[in-house]
Ligand binder design. Structure first.
Ligand code: F6P
Length: 550
């Protein structure tokens, strides 16, 4: 029992039942599970919206799934889900509602926070964004010298960068190819330098995206961008209004920076940074793909929200994916989870998910502040499929670690590929299917020997198999499908946080580094004494200064 009178997760009978079941299953192999159940592939496949989710290659039986659903029920996942969708302040350490789902709610919905319906504001901001995006897309937003804007540079970091940058890549085929988009996040000046070096300031718009408008990387880059702009134009502060807009929750700070708040696109403290790209943080994306496609993407998110709140547990895909993660992390000692998209357009997808998952569930105390005695969020990693195959898949196939993976692919390539390139698509997808197959079923020593392989090489060429994957397939990577995919992972992360009894919506773990960087910086620049600096860091600082010739 913890301080709230809640039975500790690892003391629940449902937890012990899973531990027992894990022992009983032992090393049951996917080869046997499939051989004993001809219907396994069809029974262990679910559909949500356009996403076809095959989880048959996971190390589970019907009994495993039943016990996992019982754990979800015992830990109150459904009640917490309903509280989130209703706007209750489930982010307890920050006393905030968690309402990214309101960002894609239809106009007719009513969702209240502190007694106020937030849906009309959401739609008002979407309309303001649409008007602005349409003007840029029509080349009808002119810079200080009268030239139409055609370069858009988003300056932001974390959730104010990863979402729009990822979705811009994902939906390239839907973008206005006559506009140039760049995304600057790193406080390393090289990032901004490379982003703007070939741009004409007269045609360039900066979107400064920051929920708090205090993030040091973003504000530093925004100040440098302003200098670049004004010196390039040979103009004074009056030029800022036509070349800078802001996306933020902090109007006063935006005004202090010198951006006209008429050119500010608002969002709210009930939208977490890593859950924000379907808010005004997606302004750069909306300019790229247009308001109609952006709304299609929101509809995709909403579709999965509806599924998550209404589908029965046996068919609830985010619930299932969350439970599979708990099964591997807590009952198989898996430390990592790979996300392997077989789509070049999803090259930033896993990096986006890293923040979503690891900033949300990288926690080691529960909601009551007690240390957790079970594993929480995994290390999420991965890159597009075929490239990974020639890099790290060796470890996935024959290494000593269990790394469950998601394989994501699409039946159709994007419309504007040349016919020769379209033909490559089947080869790409053949790789996805082959990897899932090899990871699950491997190759036995007998099979290897039967190929005439010399005895001493048989162990090296044997694939143990039994490496779990979930395959997610859709017809094509459309704006709606992207929204569906992201909402699926958002809710998966939610389910896991709910079971582990952690606050998935704060991120105190990133604060200490920020504070220490501020303290150390004067030591680097001015050689200032930093009280209490440890010996290792002090020596590194001294070495740095001498290498810089200071
Ligand atoms: O890294 C911490 C964090 O607060 C993230 O959660 C957030 O997405 C990022 O910094 C950027 O914050 P902001 O949008 O306030 O600049």
């Amino acid at each position: 029992m913890n301080a709230e009178g809640r039975t500790r997760l690892d003391q629940l009978p449902e937890w012990s039942a899973l531990a027992e079941h894990r022992k009983a299953l032992g090393d049951a192999h996917l080869r046997e599970l499939f051989a004993n159940d001809p219907e396994r592939a069809s029974r262990f496949t679910l559909q949500v919206g356009d996403l076809h989710v095959d989880y048959s290659k996971n190390l589970v039986t019907d009994e495993t799934l039943r016990l996992l659903r019982e754990l979800a029920s015992a830990t109150g996942v459904t009640a917490l889900r309903d509280a989130m969708f209703r706007g209750h302040k489930i982010n307890t350490t920050e006393n905030r509602a968690v309402l990214h789902t309101a960002l894609r709610a239809p106009r007719s919905a009513v969702i209240t926070v502190d007694g106020e319906d937030v849906v009309p504001e959401v739609h008002a901001v979407l309309t303001k964004m649409s008007v602005f995006a349409d003007r840029i897309r029509a080349r009808d937003w002119h810079g200080h010298t009268g030239m139409p804007i055609k370069n858009i540079v988003n300056i932001g970091i974390g959730g104010s960068d990863l979402g729009p940058a990822m979705a811009y890549e994902a939906l390239r085929a839907y973008t206005d190819r006559g506009l140039v988009f760049r995304f600057v996040s790193n406080v390393d000046g090289a990032d901004l330098h490379e982003a703007v070096r070939d741009l004409d300031p007269a045609e360039t718009l900066f979107i400064v995206a920051s929920k708090t408008f205090t993030t040091i990387e973003t504000i530093t880059n925004a100040v440098s961008a302003r200098e670049w702009l004004l010196s390039g134009l040979g103009a004074g502060e009056e030029a800022v209004a036509k070349h800078f807009v802001a996306v933020s929750t902090a109007a006063e700070k935006v005004a202090e920076f010198g951006i006209n708040t008429d050119n500010m696109f608002e969002f709210w403290d009930w939208v977490g940074g890593r859950y924000s790209y379907d808010s005004a943080i997606g302004l750069s994306l909306m300019i790229a793909i247009g308001p109609d496609c952006f709304r299609e993407m929101l509809a995709g998110f909403h579709l999965v929200d509806e599924h998550f709140t209404t589908a029965p547990p046996e068919q609830n895909v985010p619930l299932l994916l969350g439970l599979l993660g708990v099964w591997y992390g807590d009952f198989h000692d898996a430390q990592a989870h790979a996300v392997l998209p077989y789509s070049h357009y999803l090259s930033k997808f896993t990096a986006y998910l890293q923040q979503l998952d690891m900033e949300s569930n990288g926690k080691s105390v529960d909601r009551e502040g007690e240390p957790v005695r079970w594993q929480t969020g995994p290390v999420v990693w991965g890159t597009p499929g075929t490239n990974g195959q020639h890099a790290y898949y060796q470890l996935l196939h024959q290494g000593t670690k269990l790394i469950p993976a998601d394989l994501i692919g699409f039946a159709k390539p994007v419309d504007d590929l040349r016919p020769g390139l379209v033909a490559q698509h089947d080869l790409l997808m053949a790789n996805l299917f082959a990897q899932g197959q090899a990871l699950a079923f491997g190759k036995t020593p007998e099979e290897v020997a039967a190929e005439g392989v010399p005895a001493e090489l048989v162990p090296h060429k044997t694939f143990q198999g039994n490496r779990p994957t979930t395959t997610i397939l859709a017809a094509e990577l459309s704006p709606s499908v992207l929204g569906q995919l992201i909402a699926l992972y958002e809710h998966k992360v939610f389910v896991q946080g709910a079971i582990w009894n952690i606050d998935s919506f704060d991120q105190w773990g990133v604060e200490l580094g920020k504070v220490l960087a501020k303290r150390v910086e004067p030591a680097l620049t001015e050689g200032a004494e930093v009280p209490g600096l440890d010996a290792s860091t002090a020596r590194l600082v001294a070495t740095y200064r001498s290498l810089r010739g200071r």
